[in-house]
Write a protein that binds this ligand. Structure first.
Ligand code: G4P
Length: 567
């Protein structure tokens, strides 16, 4: 049985459809497709390192039956910074979860949890993952509130108006008061925070959570670091046992007062505002101890929408359109160090994927047979026989795919391209041997396609100097290493002191004038779009005020491009 939130019309069949020949809705294929769409939830967790993303992911897998023992997490720190969080789970657990998305079944839902690399491997790729999500979980550390990386990812989620559900973790430790956390979310993110449950105690006095809709206290006893599902007892709001428990931790009056306050707040719940990303439901708990995790997962899956329509240049493409379509949002090379393989990850937007099917890369016009296609199920990497909208499949990529490419069984529509996101670090790339320039270009282009870096040229053709931007410093170490080992190019990366970027649109004469502005550098991205780099906030503000006719964008404008500039 599929559980659904009461307020969310999960199917989007009513949307205008850009394709013809939609079969009768009562045909067996259409109803199977509808059922599969309804039960899918595709989401990412956004958080700052150490908030508990790995722990929460493990607990989800535990509940989903994908791993049987989410045992205590030992000695993870040492290797953590070298690799992605999920690779680390894989190493620790001896299971294969390295991927872009992890799929597991839970209470009738088909859950697709997207990987958002978060430590030093935080990169543009992390942002791009959100392009494939239908909703996000914002995970906060209850002692720290909103931290920088969460803020950046939140802003990207907001660009797409994704519904956001918040989990405030580590309530078993002394942290900020719950009301302070809610007001911090509201102030920092300009989003309405509506609590769905409320912690009973905090730190040493933490006993569980009170479910505000169900009016029940969920109390937990198991404290063995959550190796198993924790023991849970549920008490009614007026159960004398709850009163004595509250008295025991000295919270009786305070807790009841808070509940009164919150009850009136929950009347403000509006599913429309949640779906447009203006309101975030908030849950409290402890991932490590398994307190409130199952309650949260149940509620999240009911609240989160199933796959909806995707924008194309021919109008929205509804997921229940029978013909298969999707877009590439991530490319990853060298997943297996033994083979120089490359995988392109595709988010399915409509129809049913069948192994071996033929599709067209609409951006290039190339016909492709999708035979070597992987999906990542809880425990293993498997060949996919069939997949549905919301699912992520890995396509073997002999260098034929690019980020943003549309693959379709039928039709010549293009999905909206994936924008570039602001890098924060820049270097000038220099090579000792000018004859290696072509190799350098090839290496930079390929690495840029994977999302680790962005390339800019001082002229639209990129003939003159090449600058590289990245979201994290680690990307430059990776770049240098890969250029040397994979492309046999020894490059010198000279740091530049620009840290703010804006894509610029407007009058070309005015844009050209930016080249002569103090503390500002005018460059061009790979799509030949003008981009201004600024040395500091002051320079950015000066330019924005001086050129009111120009528009400055934090991400590259979305386009329906037919082909990449450097194909
Ligand atoms: P991340 O992926 O977001 O970076 O976080 P991760 O899950 O690795 O958790 C970071 C640290 O926070 C880990 O401790 C983890 O055990 C701890 N943690 C996660 N959830 C909770 C929680 O609900 N309560 C408490 N008290 N701690 C939590 P560590 O000491 O860095 O690692 P380890 O020695 O436990 O492996």
């Amino acid at each position: 049985m599929t559980e659904r939130g009461p307020d969310f019309p999960a199917s989007s069949g009513q949307e205008r459809n850009a394709l013809e020949n939609i079969p009768e809705t009562d045909s067996p294929m259409a109803s199977r497709l509808d059922e599969e769409i309804l039960r899918r939830r595709t989401f990412a967790i956004i958080s700052h390192p150490d908030a508990g993303k790995t722990t929460l992911t493990e607990k989800f897998l535990l509940y989903g039956g994908a791993i049987h023992l989410a045992g205590s997490i030992k000695s993870r720190k040492a290797a953590r910074y070298a690799t992605s969080d999920w690779m680390e789970i894989e190493r620790q657990r001896g299971i294969s979860v390295t991927s872009s998305a992890l799929q597991f079944d839970y209470k009738g839902f088909a859950v697709n949890l997207l990987d958002t690399p978060g430590h030093k491997d935080f990169s543009e790729d992390t942002y791009r993952t959100l392009e494939a999500a239908d909703s996000v979980i914002m995970l906060l550390d209850g002692a720290k509130g909103i931290e920088p990386q969460t803020l950046k990812l939140f802003e990207v989620a907001r660009l797409r108006n994704l519904p956001i559900v918040t989990f405030i973790n580590k309530i078993d430790r002394e942290g900020l008061p719950p009301l302070t956390l809610l007001s911090e979310i509201e102030k920092t993110l300009s989003i309405r925070a509506l609590p769905m449950n409320w912690p009973i105690g905090m730190g040493r006095t933490f006993r569980g959570v009170f479910d505000l809709a169900g009016r029940k206290a969920h109390l937990y006893t198991s404290r063995e670091h959550g190796g198993q599902r924790s023991a849970e007892s549920v008490l009614d709001e007026n159960d004398p046992g709850l009163n004595s428990l509250l008295e025991g931790i000295g919270l009786d009056q305070e807790f009841r007062e808070e509940l009164d306050l919150l009850t009136s707040d929950s009347d403000l719940w509006d599913p429309g505002l949640f779906r447009s990303g203006s309101v975030t439901p908030v849950f409290f708990g402890s991932a490590l101890n398994n307190f409130g995790v199952e309650l949260f997962l149940n509620a999240f899956l009911r609240l989160a929408p199933s796959p909806g329509p995707h924008t194309s240049d021919r109008g929205p493409i509804a997921p229940d359109t029978p013909q298969f379509s999707g877009f590439i949002f991530k490319i990853q090379a060298n997943m297996d160090p033994q083979h120089r393989d490359r995988f392109a990850f595709l988010r399915i937007c409509s129809g049913i994927f069948h192994k071996g099917m033929s599709v067209r890369n609409v951006n290039t016009g190339q016909e492709i047979k999708l035979s070597k296609t992987l999906q990542f199920l809880g425990q293993k990497r498997e060949m996919v026989e069939e997949a549905y909208p919301g699912d992520i499949i890995g396509l073997h990529d002999p260098n034929i795919f690019h980020i943003g490419d549309t693959l379709a069984e039928k039709g010549d529509f293009l999905f909206e391209g994936i924008p570039h996101f602001s890098p924060e670090f820049f270097v000038r790339v220099q090579i000792e041997d000018p004859l290696k320039r072509k190799h350098l270009r090839k290496g930079l282009n390929q690495i840029a396609e994977e999302g680790a870096i962005q390339i800019f040229g001082l002229d639209p053709e990129g003939e003159r100097e090449i600058l590289v931007g990245a979201v994290g410093q680690l990307q430059f170490d990776v770049l240098k290493f890969r250029l040397e080992h994979e492309y046999k190019v020894r490059a010198k990366l000279e740091p530049l002191s620009y840290d703010r970027v804006r894509w610029v649109t407007g009058d070309s004469g005015k844009i050209a004038a930016l080249a002569n502005t103090l503390d500002t550098l005018l460059v061009y991205d790979r799509e030949k779009m003008p981009v201004a780099l600024f040395r500091n906030e002051w320079a950015l503000r000066y330019v924005v005020e001086k050129y009111p006719g120009l528009a400055f964008h934090g991400t590259s404008p979305r386009t329906f491009r037919t082909s990449s500039a450097d194909r």
